[in-house]
Design a protein around this ligand. Structure first.
Ligand code: NDP
Ligand code: 8X3
Length: 252
C-alpha cells in the first residue's frame, strides 16, 4: 500500500507545488481547496503522469461542517493518512490596527487558525489510532516576528507556531511527528490575495530581489517528511538569500 498525503490549499502556490512533489515520490494524494476546477485539473495532470491515486475535495476550511463532511468519513482506501500538510492560508489587507478591516481579520483568523484546527481535529484521531503520522504546519516568518501593518496576519501565524509546539507535546506519545515550516517571501498568489487583486501592489514586495518559489518550500516540506523514523524537524525557517528579516530585504 502506498503512503497517503493530505495537502490543504493545493490549488495554488506552496500547496500546488507540494502536491506535485509528493506525487513524483509516489504518494497517493488528497488535495483540497475551494477552486474545484483547479483541483480537478491538477488531479487529471497527476493521474496522467504518475501511477498514484488522487482524491480532489473542494471545500472551505473555514466551515467546520464542510471539513467534517469532506474529511470526516473518508472511504477505507483513503483513511490511513500518513502526512497532513496544513497549508491553506492567506493574508488579506495591510492596515494599521486602528484602521483594520474586520472582515479581513475574520478571514485570516478563520482560515489560518480555525481552519487548521478543524482539519487537524478531524485527521489526527486516525493518526493516534494507528500510532503514526506526520503533521506539517505552514507557519511563516510572520509567526516569528511582527511588522508594521502585519498585526492580525502575524498573530495568526504566531498562533500556528504555538499550535505546532503544542501539537508536538500532545502527540509525541502517539508516534506522531509535527513540523513547523516557516517561509519568508514566496512568490505565489499570496500577495495577489493580500492586495485584493491589485497586481501592481502585489509585485512590490518582490521588486529587485529573488523570492522563494512554491517549489522551494515543497522541497523543504518533503525533506521534513523524509527523515529517518527517529528524526523530527521541529521547526524550519526558510528565507530567500536576499531577506534577513520581515523588513530587511536586499534589493538591487
Ligand atoms: P496561495 O494564495 O498561492 O495559496 C493559498 C492556498 O490556500 C490556495 O490553494 C487556496 O485555495 C487555499 N485557501 C485559502 N483560503 C482557503 C479556504 N478558506 N479554504 C480552503 N482553502 C483555502 O498562497 P501560498 O501558497 O503562498 O500560501 C500557502 C501558505 O503559505 C499559507 O498558509 C500562507 O500563509 C503561507 N505562507 C506564504 C508565504 C508567502 O510569502 N507566499 C510566506 C510564509 C507563509 P482556494 O483559494 O482554491 O480555496
Ligand atoms: C508571508 C510572509 O513576510 O509577507 O507569510 O508576512 S510575509
Amino acid at each position: 500500500m502506498g503512503k497517503i498525503a493530505l495537502i490543504t490549499g493545493a490549488t495554488s502556490g506552496i500547496g500546488f507545488a507540494s502536491a506535485k512533489k509528493f506525487a513524483e515520490n509516489n504518494y497517493d494524494l488528497i488535495i483540497t481547496g475551494r477552486r474545484k476546477e483547479r483541483l480537478d485539473k491538477l488531479r487529471g495532470e497527476l493521474l496522467g503522469k504518475y501511477k498514484i491515486k488522487v482524491l480532489a475535495l473542494s471545500f472551505d476550511v473555514r466551515s467546520l461542517s464542510e471539513v467534517v463532511e469532506n474529511l470526516g468519513n473518508l472511504d477505507n482506501e483513503w483513511r490511513d493518512i500518513d502526512v497532513l500538510v496544513n497549508n491553506a492560508g492567506l493574508a488579506v489587507g495591510l492596515n494599521h490596527i486602528d484602521d483594520g478591516v474586520i472582515d479581513d481579520w475574520e478571514r485570516m483568523i478563520d482560515t489560518n487558525v480555525k481552519g487548521l484546527l478543524y482539519v487537524t481535529r478531524v485527521i489526527s484521531p486516525g493518526m493516534v489510532e494507528r500510532g503514526r503520522g506526520h503533521i506539517v504546519n505552514i507557519g511563516s516568518i510572520a509567526g516569528k516576528e511582527v511588522y508594521e501593518n502585519g498585526n492580525v496576519y502575524c498573530a495568526t501565524k504566531h498562533a500556528v507556531d504555538a499550535l505546532s509546539r503544542a501539537m508536538r507535546i500532545d502527540l509525541v506519545k502517539h508516534g506522531i511527528k509535527v513540523s513547523n515550516v516557516a517561509p519568508g517571501l514566496v512568490r505565489t498568489e499570496f500577495s495577489d490575495v493580500r492586495f485584493k487583486g491589485d497586481s501592481k501592489k502585489a509585485e512590490v514586495p518582490y521588486k529587485g530581489m529573488k523570492p522563494l518559489s512554491g517549489e522551494d518550500i515543497a522541497g523543504v516540506i518533503f525533506f521534513c517528511v523524509n527523515q529517518p523514523p527517529h528524526v523530527n524537524i521541529d521547526d524550519i525557517l526558510v528565507m530567500p538569500a536576499a531577506q534577513a528579516s520581515s523588513t530587511v530585504v536586499h534589493r538591487t
